[in-house]
Ligand binder design. Structure first.
Ligand SMILES: [Zn+2]
Length: 383
């Protein structure tokens, strides 16, 4: 029995997706190179390229130097074919951005939220925000929320900052918006952005650490985000540093967050008679030994926590992000020293440690990328 109509359609979708993927990830190339890399015969490729050009998913981009003869026309992915919207739900506001298909922010808007907002209230705000941002073809919306998120089922299992438990997000939201919606833990969204467009690009295995009000981690293994059984992977802030230590907001004692988050720095700042962390940082840069030691201690604790992750997962790189990175000069040297000290195995000393590249925009770009990446999953159906 030969292939059915359905089989052929699937194969076609697969091949279309393959061509678009090659152009998205490897940049512009000639038809000859595309045929070579995709393994598709030139005749089949020509038809498919013609269709993709007509749809606007790919475009011709000038000519390339060729080995003698005619110069070949280059084909490239068209990031303006459509856009997606990325959203970060915070305690007091929604941040949103419309992002092109190459991760570039086109428009953005911040919308305030009332105290302790209900899920429906937040969805309604998101709906208005997406309408405000909507221009041309919008493929979908991705939402990043802090806390425990089961992204495969689209459920926010627990968000302390919103006091939400077991809230269905993607179902109600996609019904409200009329386009597909995704939800993800905010640090995972940031990690995805760094993997696709930022510091994580060269690595198949890396961990993105965020330092600030909390301490989080996004884990990329074999090039994919690792979620754990129900989205709880990467809760680095709550690994135990000292079971007899001070109480953490999670109810346990001596969590990493107690020693290396903004809460720690604030407490120490007040103890040393500084108004806030910024004042203490300034004093440290002006040579105040006590202030310097405080940041160094914080860096050392963070390094100890990160070292556990390095020993567990053997990543190629640690990518550091989060709002406290503005004081990286004050804690990063101690952090690095601690991570590399007595590294086991010794090869782990080759670990790359680098700063995230996208800053706070990474949260929005990553959330938007949830929709983008899903759209380009194989097979890529015709529009
Ligand atoms: Zn804790």
């Amino acid at each position: 029995m030969g292939p059915t109509k359905g089989d052929l359609q699937l194969l076609r979708g697969h091949n279309r997706g393959l061509i678009v993927d090659l152009l998205r990830h490897r940049g512009p190339m000639s038809r000859t190179k595309l045929s070579h890399l995709s393994g598709l015969a030139p005749s089949g490729l020509t038809r498919m390229v013609r269709d993709l050009l007509a749809e606007g998913l790919i475009q011709e981009q000038g000519k390339c130097c060729s080995h003698g003869g005619r110069r070949a026309v280059l084909l490239g992915f068209n990031p303006s074919y459509a856009s997606t919207v990325g959203i970060k739900v915070e305690r007091t506001r929604i941040r949103a951005a419309r992002v092109d298909l190459a991760g570039k922010i086109l428009d953005r808007v911040d919308v305030p939220l009332p105290d302790a907002p209900s899920p429906d209230g937040v969805f309604e705000r998101i709906g208005e925000t997406v309408e405000d941002l909507r221009r041309g073809r919008v493929l979908g919306v991705g939402v990043g929320i802090s806390g425990l998120v089961d992204s495969s089922r689209g459920i926010d299992l627990y968000s302390p900052i919103l006091a939400w438990r077991h809230v269905e997000v993607t179902g109600p939201l996609s019904r409200l918006l009329g386009i597909p919606a995704w939800v993800e833990n905010d640090v995972n969204a940031l990690t995805l952005a760094e993997r696709l467009y930022g510091a994580g690009r060269p690595f198949r295995h890396f961990v993105c650490l965020t330092v600030g009000e909390g301490i989080g981690a996004g884990v990329v293994l074999q090039g994919e985000l690792y979620h754990g059984a129900f989205g709880g992977a990467g809760e680095l802030g709550h690994i135990t540093m000292d079971p007899q230590g001070p109480l953490c907001r999670c109810g346990a004692r001596g969590c990493l967050e107690v020693y290396a988050s903004d809460g720690y720095l604030e407490t120490q700042a007040h103890r040393l008679d500084f108004t806030d962390i910024a004042c203490m940082a300034k004093a440290a840069r002006n040579g105040c030994e006590l202030a310097r030691t405080t940041f160094a201690e914080m860096g050392r604790s963070l390094g100890q926590g990160a070292k556990n992750v390095v020993n567990l997962l053997n990543p190629e790189a640690l990518v550091l992000g989060g709002e406290r990175m503005e004081d990286a000069d004050l804690f990063l040297p101690e952090f690095e020293h601690e991570v590399r000290r007595n590294a086991f195995p010794e090869e782990a000393r080759d670990l790359t440690i680098l700063s995230a590249e996208l800053g706070a925009d990474g949260f929005l770009i990553g959330a938007a990328a949830l929709a983008t990446e899903s759209f380009f999953q194989l097979p890529l159906e015709a529009a």
